[in-house]
Design a protein around this ligand. Structure first.
Ligand SMILES: NC(=O)c1ccc[n+]([C@@H]2O[C@H](COP(=O)([O-])OP(=O)(O)OC[C@H]3O[C@@H](n4cnc5c(N)ncnc54)[C@H](OP(=O)(O)O)[C@@H]3O)[C@@H](O)[C@H]2O)c1
Length: 295
């Protein structure tokens, strides 16, 4: 019988890519993508019933309350979804592989190019929930945590990625202010999905960082996207995170990804080289299929 994989958060940005790319990167697996509409992970009884029915060999846990703002607004729900539901899943998966998607937001962003052994210090509630969940997951030596950062791509309803957020704001006639002093290492969801399937294939437990090779300011990211998104023309404005009025934002969340790179068959791309490569090959900007040059 084919090994069975469950992917949670299957209607989310990354979950969608993980599910749809499975036929390419994990063709031997039978993949069950679970959306919140199908199964609320905070309903522990239903979750247990589903696990008993599917009997997974591996679980890729992408579901989360993933927006910083939503976590600040409803910390109780954020804790329930990001920490308690994850803890429950780790118990159900105690004898199988479990991959938990965490975030660079576990760092305070004062330094950048963070390695796995660097001390986390989250400065917002989202980051705190992800760190608490990571620590619970890593208690099991079979389990894996992959910290990612700003993820590009498109989603079914066009409402998930930062690229979609920017375009929606621009199409609504709003100026899009992008901070020139806030740095990330964006990576397309297609590359993340491939890396996750490769990790599952090798059964690698522990903590990994997975971000793009290039550290870019939000402003530089917007500039890189301009040729592909004409609706952004004339709408982007450079700003400073110093003028930000909402919750705390880490300034630099670039991640050192040397550890995960040694296990991957492809070279993790930088954001701008990914975009250039797509044009060069004449393929869809975010298509997961012919992703990245080999390592
Ligand atoms: N995207 C990024 O830039 C980024 C960066 C760092 C880390 N991450 C982490 O990567 C993972 C995937 O992120 P993403 O961008 O794909 O997030 P996303 O688009 O917000 O997807 C998360 C999914 O989780 C689902 N969900 C929320 N509460 C649930 C519940 N109680 N039961 C079942 N499902 C529930 C959501 O359902 P609905 O569709 O109904 O809302 C959504 O489909 C998350 O752990 C996130 O923290 C993402």
């Amino acid at each position: 019988m084919a090994p069975r994989a469950i992917v949670t958060g299957a209607a989310g940005l990354i979950g969608q890519y993980v599910v749809k790319s499975a036929s390419r990167w994990a063709p031997d697996r039978q993949v069950h993508g679970l959306t919140r509409a199908e199964l609320d992970l905070t309903d522990f009884v239903s979750v247990e019933r589903t696990w008993q029915f599917i009997k997974p060999d591996i679980v890729v846990h992408c579901a989360a309350l993933s927006r910083t703002k939503d976590c600040e607004q409803d910390p109780q729900l954020a804790h329930r979804v990001n920490v308690e539901a994850t803890a429950h899943l780790t118990r159900l998966c105690k004898d199988i592989a479990f991959i938990f998607l965490s975030s660079g937001e576990v760092f305070d962003g004062t330094r950048g190019w963070y390695r796995e052994e660097d001390a986390p210090n989250p400065i917002n509630f989202y980051g705190k929930t992800k760190l608490e969940a990571e620590q619970l997951v890593l208690q099991n030596p079979r389990h894996t945590v992959v910290r990612i950062v700003l993820t590009a791509g498109t989603s079914q309803n066009g409402d998930r990625s930062f690229v979609e957020d920017m375009c929606r704001a621009a199409q609504g006639g709003k100026p899009v202010t992008l901070y020139g002093d806030e740095f990330r290492c964006p990576l397309p969801a297609g590359a993340i999905a491939r890396a996750i399937w490769e990790l599952t294939g090798k059964g690698l437990p522990g903590l990994y960082h997975l971000g793009g090779r290039e550290r870019l300011s939000r402003w530089e990211i917007g500039q890189a996207l301009l040729p592909w998104y004409p609706e952004l023309q004339g709408r982007l404005a450079e700003g400073s995170a110093r003028s930000h009025t909402g919750g705390s934002r880490p300034a630099d969340l670039s991640l050192n990804c040397e550890k995960i790179q040694t296990h991957l068959s492809f070279r993790i791309p930088g954001f701008r080289s990914w975009l250039k490569d797509r044009v060069h090959r004449g393929v869809d900007l975010w298509d997961y299929e012919p992703v990245c040059r080999e390592a």
